[in-house]
Every structure is written in structure tokens, then in C-alpha cells.
Design a protein around this ligand. Sequence first.
Ligand code: ACO
Length: 377
Amino acid sequence: MDRYAHIIGWGMAAPSQVLTNEDLSRRVDTSDEWIISRTGIRERRIAAEDETTASLAVEAALSALDPTPLNPHDLDLIIVATSSPEHIFPATACIVQDRIGAVKAGAFDLSAACTGFIYALNLAAQAIRTGSIDNALVIGSETLSRFVNWEDRSTSILFGDGAGAFVLQGSDEPGGIYSCIMRSDGSGEALLTLPAGGSKLPASPLTVEKNLHTIRMNGREVFRFATRVMASSTREAAEKAGWEMTQVDLVIPHQANLRIIEAAARNLRMPMDRFVVNLDRYGNTSTASIPIAVCEALEQGRIQDGSRLVFVGFGAGLTWGALALEWVEPRVRIPPLRRRQRALLRFLASVRSFLRRIIRRIEGLIWGTSAQGKRRD
Ligand code: ACO
């Protein structure tokens, strides 16, 4: 029997702090009019000091799990797609795993810049479709504001912070994720990069002095590349799913620049009302942009049972990709009483994490001392 991967839960998190174009024009030589006409962005959300990529991911994940019949311990896999991970290691996904109490889940981060969410969704769906796992949590989470050079007017206007998450589950019912294409071209590595902080250029006084820990971008080249691949990959993913473009109800593109989305619509000969656009309020939230756009489209009733959707994205790498899916309304929603149970589970997850840290310390004292003792002998 064929097995399908369905999205049964979705959630998002957006920091409450808003940075408008007017605010930016007080920091760098730009204007509201320039930013809107060149990008379509009006404002973006910026993480507060106590908000991080992991904390936003946890918030989105819990809200995605909330209406599903699953508890965190039912999850088999957590993937966090991110361009602004909490650390180089451990993976942000492991921090999420601990905070939500997903005690049976494998967890890893996926780095494919803004295309990361599409890659992650595809990998989780494939694992479900092969029967290897049943339930997965896929998150796109970013605090790119921490890597922006606030004196660079060509990049500081673009990016925002936020997170979006989907819960995926295997089922015999046709629908869900049908096809995906994943592409890359590393010859464009220099077009969009965060030069230092990795193994090639570890942090040093010089890298800090030269501001190499912030985003560098050749905007014109990235723009040209994006307009080239958005339409072709949308078409390819739809074809692979066996659909004509006329059968696609809604395209949910990566929210980088309104002009890029309009160019894709023109190339696909599709009207703009079949594209979801919310970049005016969030800017480019990288891996979080597609799931946030899906959450809002669902809230607005633009996605219904049976809707045929294509997600399409591009980003640093260069990477790009598109994914076709048929939306199937989740058949099971949980009663409010179980939500209270969830709050208890959340509390227990934090107690469990605390106890594990204490136990590890005690074990370290006991075994560490005796091991040293042996060496001394
Ligand atoms: N305000 C005013 N003027 C500006 C600003 C600004 N914020 N930024 C640049 N300019 C100036 C430039 O200095 C230039 O002036 P010059 O002609 O005197 O040299 C002029 O405006 C035109 O600059 P361009 O770079 O050609 O402007 P363009 O129309 O290409 O818009 C932009 C720039 C918005 C960055 C555009 O190229 C773009 O959106 N590119 C794609 C970027 C993108 O999507 N990146 C994310 C990828 S996803 C990921 O992986 C994270």
C-alpha cells in the first residue's frame, strides 16, 4: 500500500518588536519609498535580547503540535532548517528536542539557506513515505538580525526574524507531499555569504575589525539568479507531481523581494492572486518565510481541503528548490482538555532536562574522580 506524508499541524512565532522602514531610514541613508519600491518590504520583526533561534523554534513547534493528537514524545525526527543557528554545534534541533521533551526523536540542523525549509520538508516526507518513521517536526527558524551589518543599507533593509513549523505524519490516505526538486550551484558561493566564524576564518580580532561576521551580498546577481530559478522550479515540481500549472491553486514563494515574486508570476503566466505574499510585514525571514506564509494563508482561508500548492525558494549556496503538495485537512483535532495535559508535559520536559543535567554532574563527580584516581595509581 502506498504511504503518504501529510502536514497535520502548523504554527509560527514572530518577535513582537517591529522595525519599520522609517526606523531604518534614521540609521542608514535610505527611505521608506526606496525600500517599498525595490523590495515591497514595509517592516520586519526583530528578536528581543532574550529571544534566540531556538526559543522562536520552540514557540512555533509547540503551537504546531497544539492542535494535533501528538505529544512531543511521539515525534521520531526533528529538523531545524536555519541560516542563523544557535551555535555551530550542538544543533539547534537538539535544543528544541530537549525543551519540548521529544525523548524519542533524532534531531539535526539543515543548512541550505532560505531553501532549507523545502529541503527539510522533503527529507522528512521521504523518511515517512519509506516507512522509516511516522511523525516528524520540521522547523524553519531565524534570528538573522544578529548577523546583519546595520550600517549596510543594501542588506539591513531585507532581513527579519521569526519561525514557522510543520508537524508531518504518515498515512495511507492519498495527498500531502507529492514531489520535490532540490538544486544547488556552489559556483555562486561568494554571492551571498557570512564570511567568518567557520573553520576557514575563525573569529579573531581581525575578522571582527573587518566586520566579516555579517552578511555580504551581491544583490543584483542574487536577484538575477532568483528570477531565473523561481518559475522553472515551480513548473518542474508541478510537472513531477503530474499537474498542469493551471491545476496549481496557490504558490507559496520564499518571501525575499516582491519584484522577484512578480517576475516568477509573469514567467509562469499566473495572476498574482495565486501567490501568497506577506513580506511587507516580515521582510525576508529566510527558512521561516514559507511556513509563516502558509500559517497566514490558512488563517485567511486561502488554503482548503484539496488545495494544490507549490512551495518554491532560493538562497545562498546557491540553492533552490520547489515542493508540490495537496493539502488535506487534518481529520483529527484534539479536545481542549488534552491541551491542558500538554501544559503539564511541557513542565515535565523542563523538570526532566534539569534533572538530567544534575544527574550528569553527579555522575561526573563520582566517575570522574575515580577515573582520575585510577590514572594517578
Ligand atoms: N536605500 C537607498 N539606496 C540604496 C539602498 C537603500 N536601502 N540599497 C542600495 N541602494 C542604492 C545602491 O547604492 C545603488 O546606487 P548607485 O546606483 O548609486 O550605485 C542603487 O541603489 C541601486 O542598487 P542595486 O543594488 O542595483 O538595487 P536593486 O534594485 O538591485 O535592489 C536589492 C537591491 C533590493 C538588494 C535587490 O538587488 C534584491 O532584492 N536582490 C535579491 C536579494 C535577496 O533576495 N537576497 C536574499 C536571498 S535569500 C538567502 O539566502 C538569505
